[in-house]
Design a protein around this ligand. Structure first.
Ligand code: COA
Length: 312
C-alpha cells in the first residue's frame, strides 16, 4: 500500500539512493532535498511503502500567490509504471490548490519521453520551450587578480577599464553600446517590449525566476529588479541579473530580433568587464535569439519544455 506524506530528514538517505545518476549529467535532488524541508513556501512530498520507506519524491512550491511549480520528481526504478509518479504529482497539485494557486507548472527535458507522456496523461499541456546558455570568460578576465567589484557597484562612477583591456587582446571593433544600471522608470518600456514582441509569445509570458523555475513576468518584477539594482539597460534591450559571486546569472533578457546581436554583445562585454568566470542564462527557444547567442560563443544546452495545467 503506497501512501503520500510530507518528506522528513530521515528520508534523505532513501531519496539519495533513488536520485542517483538519473540523467547523463547526474542528479541534483539529493543535494537540495534538506533545503526543500526548510522552505516556507514549498514542501517535499514523498511516497512511502508499507514499511514507511520512501520510494519516490517530488518538490512543490508557490512561486507567486497563484502560480505553482512542481519539480524534482523521482520514482525508484523498481516502482515505476505503477502510478506512483502520477499520485505524487496529483498530491502536489492539491497542495498548490489548497494554498490558492490557479495553475501548476513544471519542466522536463525535451527528450524525456517518460516524464512527457506521464504529465500529458495528467492533463498538462506544453506552453513554451527554453534552453540554457553558458558563456565562459578567460580565467583572469580583465581584473588580473584584483578583487572583483559587485556587479551593481560598477555603475557608481568608477573608472571603466580601457577598451583594449576589456577585449583581452582579441581584435574587436569598438563597442557600439554597453549596459548600465536602469532606473525604475525603465521597467515600463522593458515590459512593453517583452509583452509586445516575440519574446512573451514564445515564452508564454514566463521567465526563469530562479534557475529552472518559471512564472509569469509582471511589470512589478521589473520595478523591484531596478530597485534592487539588478536591472540593466542598453539601447538594444534590458537584462535582469541576479547577484552571484563568480557567475553572471541573467534571469531575463528583453530585446527584439533586430536588436538581439547588439544586446548580447553588450551583455558579453558586461561579463568581461566585470571579470566573472561565466555567464548563465535561460531563454525561450526562438531562432533569432539562439543565432544571436551562438554568434557570441554562448553554448546552448538542455532544451526543456515547460508544461502547465490549470487547477480547478
Ligand atoms: C518520470 C517518472 C517520474 C514517472 O513516474 P512513474 O511512477 O513511473 O509514472 P506513472 O506510473 O505514474 O506513469 C503514468 C503514465 O505515464 C506514462 N509513462 C510513464 N513512464 C513511461 C515510460 N517510461 N515510457 C512511456 N510512457 C511512460 C504512461 O502513459 C503511464 O501510464 P501507463 O503505465 O498506464 O501506460 C519516472 O519515470 C522517473 O522517476 N523518471 C526519472 C526521473 C525523471 O525523469 N523525472 C522527471 C523529471 S521532469
Amino acid at each position: 500500500m503506497i501512501e503520500i506524506r510530507r518528506g522528513r530528514l530521515e528520508d534523505h538517505e532513501a531519496i539519495a539512493a533513488i536520485a542517483t545518476d538519473t540523467f547523463e549529467w547526474g542528479d541534483y535532488v539529493a543535494s537540495v532535498y534538506p533545503e526543500w524541508l526548510e522552505e516556507a513556501d514549498g514542501e517535499a512530498l514523498v511516497a512511502v511503502d508499507e514499511n514507511d520507506q520512501a520510494i519516490a519524491v517530488v518538490h512543490v512550491r508557490l512561486l507567486a500567490p497563484q502560480e505553482g511549480w512542481i519539480s524534482g520528481a523521482r520514482v525508484a526504478g523498481d516502482h515505476r509504471r505503477q502510478g506512483v509518479g502520477s499520485l505524487l504529482n496529483q498530491a502536489a497539485q492539491s497542495w498548490l490548490q489548497n494554498r490558492g494557486a490557479v495553475v501548476a507548472r513544471l519542466t522536463t527535458e525535451e527528450d524525456n519521453k517518460a516524464a512527457r507522456s506521464q504529465v500529458e496523461k495528467l492533463g498538462y499541456r506544453p506552453v513554451a520551450n527554453f534552453i540554457h546558455g553558458h558563456r565562459s570568460f578567460p580565467p583572469l578576465g580583465v581584473t588580473n587578480g584584483r578583487p572583483r567589484p559587485a556587479l551593481a557597484e560598477r555603475a557608481n562612477g568608477r573608472p571603466r577599464p580601457a577598451l583594449a583591456e576589456r577585449a583581452n587582446g582579441r581584435p574587436r571593433p569598438a563597442l557600439a553600446e554597453r549596459f548600465d544600471l536602469a532606473p525604475a522608470a525603465e521597467a515600463e518600456p522593458a515590459f512593453v517590449v517583452f509583452s509586445s514582441g516575440g519574446l512573451a509569445r514564445s515564452a508564454h509570458g514566463l521567465f526563469a525566476s530562479d534557475g529552472w523555475n518559471f512564472r509569469r513576468l509582471h511589470h512589478a518584477d521589473l520595478v523591484s529588479a531596478a530597485r534592487r539594482r539588478q536591472l540593466w539597460t542598453c539601447p538594444s534591450g534590458w537584462v535582469a541579473i541576479r547577484p552571484s559571486e563568480e557567475r553572471m546569472w541573467v534571469s531575463l533578457l528583453v530585446t527584439s530580433a533586430e536588436d538581439s546581436r547588439g544586446a548580447i554583445r553588450a551583455l558579453v562585454d558586461l561579463g568581461e568587464e566585470h571579470g566573472v568566470e561565466s555567464m548563465e542564462l535561460i531563454v525561450p527557444r526562438i531562432g533569432w535569439l539562439e543565432e544571436a547567442l551562438a554568434s557570441e560563443w554562448v553554448m546552448l544546452a538542455y532544451p526543456n519544455v515547460v508544461y502547465e495545467r490549470p487547477l480547478p
